[in-house]
Design a protein around this ligand. Structure first.
Ligand SMILES: [Zn+2]
Length: 417
């Protein structure tokens, strides 16, 4: 039996493996008001490399938090954005795998594969009526060939990674996500349909699929894009998934995965409306928002902790080009809006917190500073024990910020309204 995911799963990042308990407390609060959301601790290979951590540390922190809180629900540890080269170190620690095949998009799968796919799928050509989508998709054979030529190789690669994990872990011991979000072009609902048909052909029991959505998903700040268009495409994607599940015998638990880059607050209401409309499940990942709450908690604590938060900013500012480089496509920082470190050094706790905390009603909130610090966790990693000790010394204030952020700004608006 394939391992199936619960309806609502929420991915939390915990860069320094110190906040699992505080994060779990937000899920406990949600459960207390009647919404069952399953935590998934996600950490990508890239994050592990930047921090110098091992996948086992994520598992240990999650297990310890679950035990301490006596959490009776399920939980997962996600090997986020892995591929055939990087998956092996995650085999023991993870039970959720995000197969990142975005790099294979656009690699030609070859004429024979294209021909075979089109032959096998006459139902994809012509008028495709999908429940929940008012106007049927109309496609030609050339359209389907073109879409499969674009994505067929990526699906083949996903199948290779899936088979590799299956051989190592055995069926029923892990959930599979296929992600195509880290690419330039968003995938349209008809493209998603072809991708799902191909995933079914490749016998991947996919639990979550992460397309790239329309609009910008910059790290740690709100969505930039056309909200109405997003909502329409999101609804169409949900309709396509439901259609593909029955048409291609994909797992009934298949759902969309939103790699949010954290804090896409303006999308939460549209997403909530769409989920209700289709009675659909959701997986959403928020990777860096917790790390920023650590910095907020330090700044909030004042004294030496505030000084440390100021030092983190100074170093991040000085190394900004190197820190931003790996994230160039998912940040928009206007350097002229970044305060000078000398200025930040004069800030008191309230000023630092106001600049960093994601509250767009706060006039002093600075999304440029926030994005820089979001990608600046390498600086804290470089501080080693000094940073980790500060996390321990100021644990209560940090934990309060971590829990409140996840519950009040994420879980509540997304799942409770
Ligand atoms: Zn992603």
């Amino acid at each position: 039996m394939v391992l199936e995911l619960p309806k609502f799963t929420f991915g939390v990042g915990d860069r320094f493996a110190h906040q699992a308990g505080a994060q779990l407390a937000a899920f406990v609060q949600a459960a207390a008001v009647g919404v069952e959301i399953t935590p998934v601790w996600n950490k990508s290979n890239r994050e592990h490399l930047i921090i110098g951590s091992e996948p086992a540390s994520v598992r240990e922190a999650a297990d310890a938090a679950i035990l301490a809180a006596d959490w009776q629900g399920r939980y997962f540890v996600d090997a986020d954005h892995i591929n055939l080269e990087t998956v092996d170190r995650f085999v023991t620690a993870s039970d959720f795998y995000t197969l990142d095949v975005a790099d294979a998009i656009g690699c030609d799968p070859g004429n024979a594969a294209v021909e075979a796919f089109v032959q096998a799928h006459p139902e994809l050509i012509g008028e495709i009526v999908i429940e929940g989508i008012a106007r049927p998709f109309v496609t030609t054979r050339e359209d389907i060939e073109k879409i499969f030529r674009q994505f067929g190789h990526a699906v083949k690669q996903a199948a290779e990674i899936y088979q590799h994990i299956l051989a190592a872990k055995g069926e029923g011991n892990f959930a599979t996500e296929v992600s195509m979000d880290e690419t330039d072009e968003p995938q349209t609902p008809p493209e998603l349909l072809v991708i799902l048909a191909a995933l079914a052909d490749a016998k991947i029991p996919v639990q979550t699929v992460a397309p790239k959505f329309t609009g910008r998903f910059n790290k740690g700040v709100d969505y930039v894009g056309d909200l109405a268009r997003f909502e329409q495409e999101f609804a169409d994607d949900l309709a396509v998934i439901s259609h593909a599940v029955s048409q291609y015998s994909l797992p009934k638990s298949l759902k969309l995965s939103v790699h949010s880059g954290s804090d896409k607050f303006s999308l939460y209401a549209p997403i909530r409306r769409c989920l209700a409309k289709f009675d659909a499940g959701l997986h959403i990942k928020t990777a860096g928002t917790t790390w920023l709450e650590e910095v907020i908690g330090l700044a909030d604590s004042g004294g030496e902790a505030l000084t440390l938060a100021q030092e983190i900013y100074r170093q991040a500012y000085d190394k900004r080009s190197a820190l931003c480089e790996p994230y160039a496509t998912v940040i928009d920082i206007d350097e002229s809006k970044l305060p000078l470190p000398e200025v930040v050094d004069t800030w008191d706790s309230a000023t630092y917190v106001a600049a960093l905390r994601h509250d767009s009603n706060e006039a002093f909130y600075n999304p440029h500073l926030r994005q820089l610090l979001h990608v600046g966790f390498k600086v804290a990693a470089g501080m080693g024990d000094r940073y980790l000790k500060a996390l321990q010394d100021h644990e209560a204030t940090i934990a309060k910020n971590v829990t409140e952020n996840l519950f009040e700004r994420h879980l509540k608006p997304l799942f409770l309204g």
